[in-house]
Design a protein around this ligand. Structure first.
Ligand SMILES: *[C@@H]1O[C@H](CO)[C@@H](O)[C@H](O)[C@H]1NC(C)=O
Ligand SMILES: *[C@@H]1O[C@H](CO)[C@@H](O)[C@H](O)[C@H]1NC(C)=O
Ligand SMILES: *[C@@H]1O[C@H](CO)[C@@H](O)[C@H](O)[C@H]1NC(C)=O
Ligand SMILES: *[C@@H]1O[C@H](CO)[C@@H](O)[C@H](O)[C@H]1NC(C)=O
Ligand SMILES: *[C@@H]1O[C@H](CO)[C@@H](O)[C@H](O)[C@H]1NC(C)=O
Length: 340
């Protein structure tokens, strides 16, 4: 018995060895190329298949690095225009986390998605979690004025990317960089199992379940499940049939056509008392979590008026300041004037 088995065993061993060698070969083939394509982004474009696998690996690593224990991340998309100027918008955004209540630790879970090289380098310089989103040859460096063609294109790339994040099983809060985080928003977000999406609004109609609320995609929390993935798929599919519409308008249209009900999606609309904006100021600074520079057209105007919000906040937090007078938000003149 022993003798007759031996040749067979040797053959099996040889096959195993061959397979291992092949495996090692293919694995080592992959890894060095990863570190090479990591650095020079302007080098030759790798093949499409290679690109796809790289994308998955880098994104997975970025998500893992920023994730909380329960697979939740905070995502912001940044381009060069947001890193420029005397007081860049990106810096004001980060100031919010520094000045806010219980917000500093949240930057550990903040993933910055850079759509151009400058934004990526700025992010790395600040030692944040950074991911470079490559966009079919286009870089989205310059200011994208509201509703310009590039603005809309960038919004769609963002939508596709965020759908990918859901597909990888990560829940996230998406935040525009013109949102100041003044308090940790998690305590204001419900853990109700049936709620899949919690989204900010321009004006709150008083009913958190009412789909007549004017939603705003500048801030929302979304869970990863097959319903939300289906929503993002459907949303992104609309891009060609919705020429000249930004993704937010498309989502509003889908909502009015009943997409949330059809997919069985639990959607909660966030009260502006907690999730404030320039369209409708929070009526209580004692509970406000975020302030969005919505109803505003240019970055310059947003920066101007958000700096005023930072001053409001500092005034409110100053213990020596006289609190007997009612707090009033400064007005948002630059934003009001940005439309004319
Ligand atoms: C994930 O964990 C954070 C921090 O503990 C918590 O605030 C948040 O509500 C959790 N999110 C979900 C979806 O459970
Ligand atoms: C989601 O998955 C569940 C089972 O896990 C299934 O019953 C349900 O039909 C799916 N929903 C959608 C929208 O695919
Ligand atoms: C949308 O249009 C682009 C080019 O503008 C095209 O490549 C793509 O296949 C179209 N997608 C759908 C779903 O029609
Ligand atoms: C949970 O969410 C659903 C909507 O998805 C709502 O109808 C229900 O009242 C909520 N439950 C609680 C306890 O808030
Ligand atoms: C605070 O303001 C109120 C009314 O403006 C005034 O009566 C009060 O003396 C002030 N208190 C301090 C400590 O300045």
């Amino acid at each position: 018995m022993d003798g007759s088995l031996k040749p067979g065993a040797t053959l099996a061993l040889c096959t195993l060895l061959l397979i291992s060698l092949l495996l090692i070969y293919f694995l080592s083939e992959k890894n060095p190329s990863a570190s090479i394509t990591d650095k020079p982004y302007r080098s030759k474009p790798p093949s499409a298949i290679h690109e796809a696998s790289m994308y998955r690996d880098e994104l997975e690593a970025a998500l893992e690095g920023a994730s909380m224990a329960n697979k939740t991340v905070i995502i912001a998309v940044v381009n060069r225009a947001y890193t420029e100027g005397d007081k860049p918008m990106f810096d004001i955004f980060l100031d919010g986390f520094w000045l806010g209540e219980d917000t500093r630790q949240l930057t550990n879970h903040l993933l910055i998605v850079a759509v151009d090289q400058t934004a990526f380098e700025r992010c790395m310089f600040l030692r944040l979690h950074c991911y470079r989103l490559k966009t079919d040859g286009d870089d989205f460096m310059d200011e994208k004025v509201y509703m310009s063609e590039d603005f809309i294109k960038m919004m769609w790339i963002r939508t596709r990317f965020l759908g990918d994040v859901l597909r990888r099983g990560y829940n996230f809060i998406f935040t525009d960089t013109d949102v100041l985080w003044l308090r940790n928003p998690f305590p204001r977000l419900t853990l109700n199992e049936t709620v899949d999406l919690q989204i900010s609004v321009d004006r709150f109609n008083g009913d958190q379940w009412s789909q007549t609320n004017p939603l705003n995609t500048g801030f929302y929390m979304i869970k990863s499940n097959n319903k939300t993935i289906a929503l993002f798929d459907e949303w992104y599919m609309q891009r060609n049939t919705s020429v000249g519409m930004k993704e937010q308008d498309v989502l509003v249209e889908l909502m009015h056509k009943g997409v949330f009900n059809r997919l069985g999606l639990g959607v909660r609309f966030l009260d502006t008392i907690y999730f404030s904006g320039f369209c409708e100021d929070s009526r209580d600074i004692n509970v406000v979590s975020t302030v969005h520079a919505n109803c505003c057209r240019t970055i310059r105007a947003k920066v101007n008026d958000l700096i005023n919000v930072v001053h409001d906040w500092k005034r409110f937090r100053d213990p020596s300041d006289n609190k007997t007078m009612d707090f009033i938000w400064s007005n948002h003149l630059a934003c009001q004037n940005s439309w004319t």
